[in-house]
Design a protein around this ligand. Structure first.
Ligand SMILES: [Cu+2]
Ligand SMILES: [Zn+2]
Length: 164
């Protein structure tokens, strides 16, 4: 295949360099104690942020009715204590409805409990999300219901820190 330079090839290079400007170590709560993983945030030359997710131990392996999609959001408060009840609403500085929140991210797709993904997002800058939280939900995001996509219980949480 002819090699041509696109944003995607730039992004693949960033992932290979593996020097994110921020990251969140995500841990499971009581509902998913084996869940763990890392969400990395990379600045790009295009003005937006490249986000890479790698999560282990998602809970719904072969369970009845699971879509294997898991909602993923940035919540406004970086406090994962008390079974993630302190994380607040979706990060939403513009006061828009869900799923137009700056903190509304692409969902995870589980594969026997493992998920990996990367996507480009121009809804926020890394400096705006430091100290906030990444939250994984038990269910899919329906991208319709207010205020949070009917995504169910919070099963994982991590605080976003700079220069990891
Ligand atoms: Cu959420
Ligand atoms: Zn939202």
């Amino acid at each position: 295949m002819q090699q041509s330079q696109t944003p995607g090839t730039t992004f693949a290079g960033l992932l290979a360099e593996n020097r994110p400007q921020a990251a969140a170590w995500v841990r499971g709560g009581a509902a998913a104690p084996r869940l763990s993983g890392l969400v990395k945030f990379y600045d790009t030359i295009y003005g937006g942020v490249l986000i890479e997710t790698e999560i282990f131990g998602l809970p719904n392996i072969s369970s009845q009715g699971s879509s294997d999609f898991y909602a993923l959001h940035i919540h406004e408060t970086g406090d994962c204590s008390h079974q993630f009840t302190k994380t607040g609403n979706h990060y939403n500085p513009a006061g828009l409805p869900h799923p137009q929140h700056a903190g509304d991210l692409l969902p995870l797709l589980g594969n026997q409990g493992y998920a990996w993904g990367a996507f480009y997002d121009k809804r926020f800058q890394i400096k705006d999300i430091l100290g906030r939280s990444v939250v994984i939900h038990r269910n899919r995001d329906d991208f319709t219901s207010q205020p949070a996509g009917d995504a169910g219980e919070k099963i994982g949480c991590g605080v976003i820190v700079g220069n990891p």
